[in-house]
Design a protein around this ligand. Structure first.
Ligand SMILES: *Cc1c(COP(=O)(O)O)cnc(C)c1O
Length: 355
């Protein structure tokens, strides 16, 4: 530990933590191992050269391994122990039909011998048996597709599905996607990722100036809390895939602060510390943008790495735009977190090959 970190640790009693100390805090919480960790940290020399610097690394959370992987696998490692305490026979979850969250929940349920019941909002792709929805079906999920304008109207439908199964003598567990406990518990998976990445960077003798990712709530909250606990100055920039009425920075800071309480860390994250860019959503959530399509093809052609059209490609279009605008120095280092979602490329084939 450097002299300044040592001094700060002494004055605050605990902070900042070393990565073993942070890992020890996390180890006190129940966890179900689901992901193949650590995920690789790949240097992208051709992408870096094509953009004329900064140095770009991709943290491959698309390779967490559970039924095509993605960021939700890390989150579910910490969410599922609380679910299993209730001894359910079925988990009920919901989101859009191309949901990565529901696909990874279904895979976890399958692994544990539980049934998965999904209430999926039609969204852009509806009931087409492709991408994530195809995988949900292959893993045995029972799926209902509904038409809702506002995602927040899903909560009562999930609750009603739970009631119905309970009346039929089953033991359902309803995963409510906007519940603060669900969000904060899941965020621990990304506090853990922050420790993992910090160790990888140290071992490689690197320092990240920026972390870029596609994030709306859980993932940026966990990463920012982890960075703060470790006393890192790395700037975390979340490129938002979705437009919601409530303020993203406020929501992310609220989730991070709740996750800090679970870890017994005397940290709160203020909205002003959170950098969320909502400038790359395009028409709306789930609709391919021309810049996102170009970014997806650019990374595919330069590095042989496949991004997803809904999240990571839009985030990469934001990173590329920030680089072109000179917001990142040529000699700086960026870690781009590939949050997964790759099955969706097959559901979006027509939009992705259109020129
Ligand atoms: C869900 C998801 C995100 C956003 O994660 P949050 O935890 O909601 O911030 C980003 N990328 C992919 C591929 C996702 O599936």
């Amino acid at each position: 530990m450097s002299a300044s970190r040592e001094a700060a640790a002494n004055s605050a009693g605990v902070l900042p933590l070393t990565t073993p100390q942070l890992r020890a805090r996390i180890a006190e919480l129940p966890r179900l191992r689901l992901a193949h960790l650590p995920t690789p940290l790949d240097f992208c020399p051709r992408l870096t050269a094509a953009l004329g610097g900064p140095r770009i690394y991709i943290k491959r959370d698309d390779l967490t391994g559970l039924a095509f992987g993605g960021n939700k696998t890390r989150q579910l490692e910490f969410l599922f122990p609380g679910i299993l305490e209730q001894k359910p026979d079925t988990v009920i979850a919901g989101a859009y039909t191309q949901s990565n969250w529901c696909r990874q929940i279904t895979a976890t349920a399958a692994k544990l011998g539980l049934k998965a019941r999904l209430i999926l909002v039609h969204g852009e792709k509806g009931p087409v048996p492709q991408g994530n929805l195809l995988l949900d079906r292959l893993m045995g999920a029972e799926v209902t597709v509904v038409d809702l304008r506002d995602m927040h109207d899903l909560a009562p439908l999930l609750a009603a599905a739970g009631e119905e199964l309970r009346r039929a003598g089953r033991r359902p567990y309803v995963i409510q996607p906007f519940d603060l406990e669900v969000l904060a518990t899941s965020a621990i998976g990304y506090v853990n990722q922050a420790a993992e990445l910090d160790d990888q960077l140290s071992e490689a003798g690197l320092k990240a100036d920026y972390i870029y990712l596609a994030g709306a709530n859980i993932t940026p909250a966990g990463i920012q809390l982890g960075q703060k606990a470790l006393g890192r100055a790395t700037k975390v920039v979340s490129i938002c895939p979705i437009s919601w009425k409530d303020d993203r920075a406020a929501d992310i800071s609220r989730i991070a602060s709740a996750a800090a309480r679970r870890l017994n860390l005397p940290i709160s994250l203020e909205p002003g510390e959170v950098s969320v860019d909502e400038g790359y959503i395009g028409e709306r959530y789930g609709v391919v943008t021309p810049a996102g399509r170009a970014a997806l093809r650019f990374v595919a052609e330069t590095e042989g790495i496949i991004l997803d059209p809904v999240y990571s490609a839009k985030a990469m279009s934001g990173l590329i735009d920030h680089i072109r605008r000179g917001r990142i120095g040529k000699n700086e280092t960026v870690v781009f977190v590939h949050t997964g979602g790759t099955p969706a490329v097959f559901a979006y084939a027509n939009e992705l090959i259109a020129d």
